[in-house]
Design a protein around this ligand. Structure first.
Ligand code: GLA
Length: 382
């Protein structure tokens, strides 16, 4: 059976020997453009997608959190609510739900004992934010258990806090925001400084195809933190709070003072923010060739100035170009994960198959599939 909320409910039933009382779903996300700018107050344009994480839960009389996942193999953990802490190695998957429950408790939302079973249709480690989906699905269970319903923005901030403190990843707000605030048929133009967002309709004739490279290079997390630090140095040297407040002219003028590496990091961020603005305008005006060109420029900047791409992602973008797909770029943190391409809606399945085949001919075993912009995390009626 393809994973769905019902499969999480079925897992719960066979695990706990009774029916679940609470059910929730949370999507993954793609990002059309606006990469590595969220932690500098930039603009991003992600969309929640029709693949996600599902959670089924029941209350427990004892004050413990019992968790089970059936994706990536069946695994279980149990921790007293008053002693929630980070877990290592084999149990590290549990840090996402543990972190969310801990952050809600800290914010004064007491859940009581819970058993939660998770299932997913979203591939893990593919750059589609399975961690944010995991967090948001947990948050929806916690909110139902507490009888509250936080605005998506507040939920996103609690989920981000869980990722920082329990998963140990100093991520920006984009992923948690997109999976909580997503709207069907829309991307979200999020201003990561004000946390305001504008739902942006996707043209009907356009489809999104994801190509999962299947690789995740080990340096990904360490390099992410280094990029953040480089941006902070750049902002400090430029005398701004974050790079959103710097102009390209100021960055160009400060090249020598910044030094070559920091200069290039800053140039990526300020130009990517402008590309995101231009991309949203191009989408609204149905200027698809302009949008595609901006995606190509985004990839080049991430590869050359920000240095977060890798051989496999560059090859996939090149292959898309050879197939006549103009809108293609790496997506997410980089060093592996997925690329995103825009293709004519009527040809989505055929283009995905062609991308897979062309990659295989170059010795790359990838998985390509169309995705649809979907709604954000939500409770599911039982
Ligand atoms: C990861 C992070 C996001 C964002 C992207 C890069 O997905 O979780 O906050 O920084 O990388 O755009």
């Amino acid at each position: 059976m393809t994973a769905a909320p019902e499969s999480a409910a079925a897992s719960f039933r066979s695990w706990q020997g009774r029916n679940a009382e609470l059910l929730a779903t949370a999507p993954g996300r793609i990002n059309l453009i606006g990469e590595h700018v969220d932690y500098q107050g930039g603009l991003v344009l992600p969309a929640a997608i029709n693949l996600g994480v599902f959670a089924a839960a029941g209350r427990l009389a004892e004050p413990v959190l019992r968790l089970q996942t059936s994706f990536a193999g069946v695994s279980e953990v149990e921790i007293p609510l008053d002693a929630l802490h980070r877990l290592e190695a084999a149990d590290s998957w549990a840090n996402y739900p543990l972190g969310v429950v801990a952050c809600y408790r800290q914010a004064g939302h007491e859940t009581g004992g819970l058993a939660i079973a998770f299932d997913a249709s979203l591939p893990a480690g593919a750059g589609l934010s399975s961690s944010a989906a995991f967090e948001a699905a947990t948050a929806m269970i916690v909110e139902q258990a507490c009888g509250i319903s936080l605005p998506p923005r507040e939920r996103a901030l609690l989920c981000q806090q869980a990722e920082h403190t329990f998963a140990g990843v100093p991520c920006g707000i984009m992923d948690q925001f997109a999976v909580n605030a997503g709207q069907a048929g829309h991307a979200l133009l999020i201003d990561c400084q004000s946390l305001e967002f504008v739902p942006t309709p996707l043209p009907a004739g356009l489809a999104m195809v994801v190509v999962d490279s299947g690789v995740k290079h080990a340096l990904a997390d360490g390099e992410y933190a280094k990029r953040r630090a480089d941006c902070e140095t750049a902002a400090q040297l430029l005398g701004v709070g974050c790079l959103r407040d710097a102009t390209l002219a100021a960055v160009l003028a400060a090249r020598e003072a910044l030094g070559e590496r920091i200069f290039r990091r800053a140039r990526h961020v300020v130009t990517e923010i402008e590309r995101t603005r231009a991309f949203a305008a191009a989408l609204a005006g149905d200027e698809l060739a302009t949008a595609a060109g901006l995606m190509a420029a985004s990839h080049a900047s991430l590869r050359d100035d920000y240095e977060v791409s890798c051989e496999e992602l560059d090859a996939l973008v090149e292959i898309a170009g050879e197939l006549g797909i103009a809108g293609a770029r790496m997506m997410g943190g980089g060093f592996g994960g997925s690329t995103i391409q825009l293709v004519p809606a009527a040809r989505a399945a055929e283009r995905a198959a062609a991308l897979e085949q062309a990659a295989a001919a170059r010795g790359l075993r990838v998985s390509a599939f169309p995705v649809i912009a979907a709604a954000g995390a939500a409770p599911v009626a039982l």
